[in-house]
Write a protein of this length. Structure first.
Length: 410
């Protein structure tokens, strides 16, 4: 037991470097597309194509990890592929090449994150230390924040710094990755469980649906917020600090997540990102200066990270062991792939129409106002659903099922 605990620093280091590699790309890719002259619709389209490809591949990554002798092997292969793809951005130019590489990068990143989460959560579960996952996820947030500070100054000189920095950080991430404790796939021997069994967990699927809807809204943070921020007078260097700030404000929840999940449960905690996103988009809609947009990101700490961490823990606690990686892949589908695809397509079409009719800044104002209304509708529906579940449990005297068993209640 003591020997296994000494491996936790490897997780902290790995998730920090992995997040720096991811943040170097994710936080700045749409700024890069805007810089090379792509329209808002093209940016939205590319932002949709990449998650669509990732959505199709996620079940395969999860199934491969669950059936591999070691999930770590799958993670190492994906990290190498991520580094190679980052390097190819520097060699291949043009819209088709860029769209293809973005689709590959996003697919591999989403798969790698879900497999990495499965490795971490299963290891912590073996140690009886599942609440430590918040600390590991905190390292990811801090690494993401560091990427903003690192690249903010560099891209002010040359946007092309995004790709070599991301690629080098992927290679550095391999060092702690190979030191992680070996976690075997639970289906490597014996019965092969079809990945579609995950759909039997009805309440989990409902939470995925709400998370998907909220993340469609949150996807505008990465697709249009950078362009909007710059148009209001913000600088690329200041945007780098904004990326750092957005990741840093996630720290309180990550430190307290174990207590909050134990006290309130994942289901009720989903109301937090709904309220946080609603308040955030109202402020951004009213903003007329980059400083107010910057300040609105104080609410980022109650948004995406709450959905991601609570759903990851919910999967680890309720899904049978043979489907852990598949369950984490479904988290990535809901929060990264499907939602960003829909957000990119719908947002790109709306942004192009609104900006053409109302002007760029006023059009984006209207887009964010519509976004706030959408989040309000989702939040109200979620609240009524939770009340229905609670009343049903009270009447039936039951619960949503024990951890490790499929949840049968709707």
């Amino acid at each position: 037991m003591a020997d296994k605990r000494t491996r936790l620093p490897s997780f902290y280091t790995y998730f920090t470097l992995f997040a720096m590699a991811a943040g170097s790309y994710l936080a700045f890719i749409n700024v890069y597309l805007d810089d090379i002259g792509m329209s808002k619709f093209e940016i939205g389209l590319l932002s949709a194509i990449s998650p669509l490809a990732a959505m199709l591949l996620q079940p395969l990554f999860g199934m491969a990890a669950d059936r591999a002798r070691a999930k770590n092997t799958v993670a190492i292969v994906l990290m190498c592929l991520l580094a190679v793809t980052s390097g190819l951005f520097m060699a291949l130019r043009g819209r088709i090449a860029t769209a293809t590489l973005m689709a590959i990068w996003t697919s591999v990143h989403s798969g790698l994150l879900s497999v990495s989460n499965a490795i971490a959560l299963e290891h912590l579960g073996e140690l009886g230390m599942s609440e430590r996952y918040g600390r590991i996820r905190l390292c990811y947030s801090l690494g993401y924040a560091a990427s903003g500070g690192l690249l903010g100054r560099l891209i002010a000189q040359d946007m092309a710094w995004i790709f070599p920095v991301s690629g080098m950080l992927c290679l550095l991430s391999l060092l702690p990755l190979v030191l992680l404790p070996r976690i075997g796939g639970k289906q490597s021997e014996g019965e092969k469980i079809p990945w579609t069994r995950i759909f039997r967990y009805r309440r989990l699927m409902a939470l995925f649906a709400f998370a998907f809807a909220l993340t469609v809204s949150n996807s505008y943070t990465y697709t249009y917020m950078p362009v909007y921020f710059l148009r209001l007078g913000g600088t690329q260097e200041l945007y780098g600090y904004l990326v750092f700030f957005m990741a840093a404000v996630e720290t309180p929840f990550l430190l307290l997540s174990g207590r909050l999940i134990r006290r309130w449960g994942a289901e009720r905690l989903m109301l937090v990102p709904a309220a946080s996103l609603l308040a955030r988009w109202i402020i951004v809609t009213l903003a007329e200066s980059p400083i107010l947009v910057f300040a609105s990101n104080l609410l980022h700490g109650g948004g995406f990270i709450v959905m991601h961490l609570t759903l990851a823990r919910y999967v680890a606690d309720t899904v049978e062991p043979g489907l852990h990686a598949t369950g984490q892949a479904m988290v990535s589908v809901a929060l990264f792939s499907m939602s960003r695809a829909v957000g990119g397509l719908v947002g790109g079409w709306l942004a192009e129409r609104l900006c053409a009719n109302l002007g760029e800044i006023e059009g984006l104002h209207r887009l964010f106002a519509l976004n706030a209304g959408f989040v309000a509708a989702v939040g109200i529906t979620l609240a009524f659903t939770l009340c229905f579940w609670q009343r049903r449990e009270h009447i039936g005297g039951g619960s949503a099922g024990k951890p490790g068993r499929p949840i049968q209640e709707a």
